[in-house]
Design a protein. Structure first.
Length: 80
């Protein structure tokens, strides 16, 4: 990942009307997440961060709510 003291600028954007959240790294869209597990998987696939780094929150900019804020879709995720 290059310089270990420098991390990519990862943003989890505010929830859309359906509760999903866009995840970006710099100008690149990594995907759309409907739960924290989705964010972790998107970042793992991009070889950016592991779950611990995502949950710490200081390496990821959470806009419109933190890692536990998934309006609308979080209920469905837990019921599956």
């Amino acid at each position: 990942m290059g310089d270990p003291t420098r991390h990519p600028h990862i943003v989890v954007h505010p929830p859309a009307l359906d509760g999903s959240r866009r995840v970006t790294s710099g100008d690149a869209v990594l995907g759309v997440a409907s739960h924290l597990d989705d964010v972790v998987e998107l970042l793992r696939l991009a070889d950016l961060l592991d779950r611990t780094a995502v949950e710490r929150g200081d390496l990821v900019e959470w806009q419109g709510g933190g890692p536990d804020d998934w309006p609308g879709l979080s209920q469905e995720h837990h019921e599956r």
